[in-house]
Design a protein around this ligand. Structure first.
Ligand SMILES: NC(=O)c1ccc[n+]([C@@H]2O[C@H](COP(=O)([O-])OP(=O)(O)OC[C@H]3O[C@@H](n4cnc5c(N)ncnc54)[C@H](O)[C@@H]3O)[C@@H](O)[C@H]2O)c1
Length: 318
């Protein structure tokens, strides 16, 4: 039987879910109040499709299996899975999720792409079956990056999480179940820490945006693709591993090198960051840069698999 992903909100992330689901042979029904949305989505999917073809399409996968409808209620009808991707504003998300919960069959899982909100906050106004409203946080570009963080709220049971794991696996993803709900889940906590420090470095005139990016691209970023923070530092301790690494660099944590609080987003800092990024883009459009990043990611995913072949799923690495 065919599977249907219902997508509510078709910006950067909603479109990413759409491209992924189409490539996995799902039917997709989408709703977004923006009159330009359908046209924008078709262009987005066309841009993503060559990379998806290179990764391998599921049997029956087709861009023709996408349908836009003109209400949220119509979009969730017949869904196997519903994904909410409206802007990151709590009141809006609560309202939209309450409407989805009301309209959808009680057994259908509802994932929110929220980057920061706890699922209990999102479930708060859902009256019908709040436990099936969970966080399912993806990474941009959603159609290529396999990780999805799954977080349950107060009303969620292990059965919901188990069914969520299976559903997102059927979209060829690597679900990572987050044990406790916290703002920012796991990965955004990490990314925000780096982001905060990067803004300080630019704000203090220590580096340009390009120089900060070079530090990531030619240094720590290359290692992170394969090993992440902990295993990378285990190797940094030499044969004695993490214990020696902590003995050597542990004291620096007390200084600390980093600033913890984000800098004020002054007009001057905003201009500096925006102008820095425009200089780095050197006239190339975001679409052009998207394609370059996608080509790179397709090869990188192959490399990660090659150098970590024992990892069938995330569990294999844990
Ligand atoms: N951009 C990222 O890198 C990223 C990564 C992971 C998760 N997220 C999360 O995904 C969600 C969406 O972010 P985005 O970057 O795609 O935002 P976006 O601004 O690109 O898209 C939001 C879309 O929602 C639509 N929308 C607004 N009100 C709506 C409503 N009532 N019903 C249906 N659609 C509505 C808008 O028209 C727009 O197309 C946010 O919760 C964000 O935190 C973003």
């Amino acid at each position: 039987m065919s599977q249907q992903l219902s997508v509510i909100g078709t910006g950067v992330i909603g479109n990413g879910w759409i491209a992924r689901a189409l490539a996995q042979g799902f039917d997709v029904v989408a709703f977004d109040p923006d009159p330009q949305a359908a046209e924008r989505t078709r262009a987005f999917v066309a841009n993503a499709w060559p990379s998806l073809e290179r990764l391998g399409l599921a049997q029956g996968a087709s861009v023709e299996r996408l349908r836009f409808v003109d209400s949220l209620e119509a979009a969730v009808e017949g869904a196997t899975l519903i994904q909410e991707n409206v802007p990151e504003r709590l009141a809006l998300k609560r309202d939209v999720l309450a409407r989805i919960d009301q309209a959808a069959e009680a057994s259908v899982l509802i994932g929110s792409s929220t980057s920061g909100y706890k699922p209990s906050k999102l479930q708060a106004e859902c009256r019908k079956a709040p436990g099936r409203v969970i966080v399912a946080h993806p990474f941009n570009p959603v159609y290529l990056l396999p990780l999805v963080e799954l977080v349950g709220g107060e009303a969620t049971t292990p059965v919901h999480i188990e069914s969520a794991k299976q559903l997102y696996e059927s979209l060829a993803m690597r679900p990572l179940v987050v044990r406790k709900e916290i703002e920012g889940h796991l990965a955004d906590r990490l990314m925000e820490a780096l982001w905060r420090e990067a803004l300080h470095l630019v704000n203090d005139g220590v580096a340009t945006t390009e120089e900060v990016d070079a530090a990531v691209v030619y240094g720590c970023g290359l290692r992170w693709s394969l090993m992440g923070t902990f295993l990378t530092f285990h190797l940094a301790g030499g044969e004695a591993g993490m214990r020696h690494m902590l003995e050597q660099f542990g004291p620096a944590l007390k200084q600390p090198w980093t600033k913890l609080e984000a800098p004020e987003l002054t007009d001057e800092l905003i201009d500096r960051v925006v102008e820095g990024c425009e200089h780095q883009a050197a006239g190339r459009s975001v679409g052009e840069l998207d394609r370059r990043r996608d080509d790179f990611l397709v090869e990188l995913l192959g490399l990660v698999q090659k150098y970590w072949p024992e990892a069938e799923g995330l569990e294999g690495r844990l």
